[in-house]
Design a protein around this ligand. Structure first.
Ligand SMILES: Cc1ncc(COP(=O)(O)O)c(C=O)c1O
Length: 285
């Protein structure tokens, strides 16, 4: 089945979705994006993703002329047109097309595109084993709370991870683990979950907000503090979070066993919550 995507009001064969070379998303990374998933055709957290998009738009003074309902409707339609059951939708909104001048163009219209592809969730076996990560310097700008397509530092970090046969990179700034290249990062120390505070240094993950909710329900304290790099070696557990992985244990860092070497009880308890919400039934293990 040929993939159908969405561009500025039209559902088109994917190959026909073409963006002009003067699009400010291409020229300046003057664009925002969102990605979110469905399980068995039911999208999770759509409203929260829309709220983060609106926050980013406000921060960069981008006036998005589509309502949340319109955008969510396009995601549903793409899922249907592409015959998908578990879907990862990707949305990008740029400030539009205009001759290359840094300041905002006066009359450019924002442009929007969206794709829907089969979501690939980690298997239960992979979750139990956990992932290998590298540490990598955080080279990003000062507004990581805005989900812009300005992702070259994240690309370099992920590439460094891939070159070492690892899944992710843990970004280090001033000796502190900030987050991962495409996920939030957590360490469990003395029964508490430590994670970097929600400041402009990190992206406020939607999955992270659900982790806070679930941890509260489970009675597990969360401390919003950066994790000093050396604490990586004493953490009982570590994990990362994002929409497509929920909670994924980190069991090896820079080639050394870490975080207990396998999925630990905190990661498991949180993952069970996500499983139940996503699939509408308890995890059977
Ligand atoms: C840098 C970064 N941090 C955190 C996240 C996790 O965000 P979410 O839970 O909304 O997927 C992402 C996801 O793309 C990300 O790119």
């Amino acid at each position: 089945m040929a993939q159908i995507s969405y561009l500025n009001g039209e559902f088109l064969p994917h190959e026909e979705c073409k963006v002009p070379i003067d699009d400010r998303g291409l020229l300046f990374a003057d664009a925002l994006y969102e990605a979110w998933c469905s399980h068995n055709k039911v999208f999770f957290g759509s409203r929260e993703h829309m709220a983060r998009l609106r926050y980013g738009a406000e921060q960069i003074k981008l006036d998005i002329p589509w309502s949340d309902d319109e955008i969510i409707g396009v995601a549903e339609k793409l899922q249907e047109l592409n015959g998908l059951t578990n879907t990862l939708v990707y949305l990008q909104v740029s400030r539009g097309v205009a001759p290359r001048l840094h300041q905002f163009p006066k009359d450019a219209k924002p442009s929007i595109f969206m794709t829907a592809r089969p979501a690939k969730f980690p298997s239960w076996e992979d979750r139990q084993k956990g992932i290998k990560c590298v540490t990598f310097p955080d080279l990003r700008w000062g507004r990581c709370d805005i989900k812009t397509v300005n992702l070259l530092p994240n690309v370099l970090a992920r590439q460094a991870a891939a070159e070492k046969g690892c899944y992710e990179a843990i970004l280090i700034r001033d000796g502190v683990a900030i987050e991962a290249a495409a996920a939030n990062f957590y360490a469990v120390l003395d029964g508490k979950i430590y994670t970097y505070p929600k400041t402009p240094r990190i992206l406020g993950g939607i999955t992270r907000s659900f982790i806070f909710k679930f941890a509260k329900e489970l009675g597990i304290p969360i401390v919003e503090e950066g994790i000093p790099e050396e604490k990586i070696w004493t953490a009982q557990e570590m994990f990362i979070s994002s929409v497509s992985i929920d909670v994924y244990p980190v069991t090896n860092v820079d080639g050394k066993v870490a975080g207990g070497g396998k999925m630990g009880p905190v990661s498991l308890a949180l993952y069970k919550k996500f499983h139940e919400v996503n699939w509408g039934e308890p995890l059977k293990i």
